[in-house]
Design a binder for this molecule. Structure first.
Ligand SMILES: NC(=O)c1ccc[n+]([C@@H]2O[C@H](COP(=O)([O-])OP(=O)(O)OC[C@H]3O[C@@H](n4cnc5c(N)ncnc54)[C@H](OP(=O)(O)O)[C@@H]3O)[C@@H](O)[C@H]2O)c1
Length: 302
């Protein structure tokens, strides 16, 4: 049993991570910004801590006595606001200033391990080729803060700790706002194709992302992709439609997604991401190996 401090515990992936950690026998402290969120954290079985993500001094006190800090805090805008760089300011602040404060505090408190959330959507369009962690990055404005947070985890390792970065695929599953929106569209017979149909996407069910956080407690320092079997953009939409049991009458936006401007380039790319490095290092394997199983399970919850 180890003692883990989790930020972002009250978001989409956080509750899955907290439950998985507790089920694995660990003790969890969860950052909670309000009384309501503190009650929620208690409901998951975590001990709430009222502390600012941007105050390294407060965080140092809160982190004392923990064996690991897991930084899952994010503030991702809604699908409609996705193309607008200004809508990502809060998220950028979390990734730049928040991760710096978390890293500084974890070092000051003598916490030996830091797990930093990150994303796979930083890789360049790679067609049918598999993408590993050594691929170069191709950043659009809304994700320039991502390597900053990863760099802070690297600095944690350079300072003697074990910094683990989890580059997650696109989250989906119960609790994801975007998943609910996409299932709603599929129920209206809309086939969702996020870019050119034959390109690849890499996703991860929230439950599998939660289990990856547990596995990360035993991973050697480094950067790891965490995604299930990549799927074509057409296959992704088909899996949602089949999961909700509705035929597709129209499909989109396909290539029209490029009208959203440069930031939407992220959505159009072909990202066939390999998570072999993480599986080899930790033994982690997704419960939902493809989106077919994952969407079926998601749709069955409502
Ligand atoms: N890899 C991916 O595809 C990916 C990554 C991240 C998010 N998403 C998706 O995007 C949607 C929206 O995500 P989201 O990141 O906005 O919300 P979210 O997942 O609902 O919540 C993010 C977590 O970060 C916390 N947080 C946010 N700002 C904070 C701050 N300033 N200080 C401390 N903690 C802070 C939130 O706390 P509160 O509960 O107090 O707000 C919450 O616990 C979700 O449905 C999720 O599935 C996808």
């Amino acid at each position: 049993m180890v003692k883990v401090f989790v930020t972002g515990a009250t978001g989409a992936v956080g509750p899955y991570a907290v439950r998985a950690l507790i089920d694995a026998g660990h003790e969890v402290t969860a950052l909670a910004r309000t009384d309501e969120k503190a009650a929620l954290a208690k409901q998951f079985g975590a001990n709430p801590a009222r502390v600012s993500l941007f105050d390294a001094e407060e965080l140092t006190t809160a982190f004392a006595g923990h064996d690991a800090v897991v930084n899952l805090a994010t503030s991702i805008p809604s699908l409609a606001m996705f193309p607008f760089t200004f809508a990502w300011r809060a998220n950028s602040r979390i990734r730049v200033e928040g991760s710096a404060a978390v890293t500084k505090a974890a070092l000051a408190a003598g916490v030996p391990r830091l797990v930093q959330e990150s994303i796979c959507m930083v890789y360049p369009d790679s067609g049918d080729a598999w993408i590993t962690e050594s691929a170069p990055l191709d950043l659009v404005p809304i994700v320039t803060s991502t390597p900053v947070a990863e760099g802070n985890a690297q600095q944690f390792t350079n300072s003697g700790g074990t910094g683990v970065v989890l580059r997650f695929g696109l989250f989906y599953g119960p609790g994801s706002v975007q998943s609910a929106q996409m299932m709603g569209l599929a129920r209206l017979h809309f086939g969702i194709v996020l870019g050119p149909a034959k390109r690849y996407m890499s996703l991860i069910h929230l439950e599998d992302a939660g289990q990856a956080v547990v596995a990360a407690l035993a991973a050697p320092a480094g950067i790891y992709n965490v995604a299930c079997e990549p799927v074509t953009k057409r296959g992704f939409g088909d899996a949602i439609s089949d999961a909700v049991g509705k035929k597709q009458w129209v499909r989109g936006p396909g290539r029209l997604a490029s009208l959203g401007g440069r930031n939407m380039n992220l959505v159009l790319r072909s990202l066939r991401v390999s998570s072999d490095k993480f599986s080899r290092a930790t033994g982690w394997a997704p419960k939902y190996p493809t989106v077919r199983e994952g969407w079926a399970a998601t749709a069955s919850t409502g």
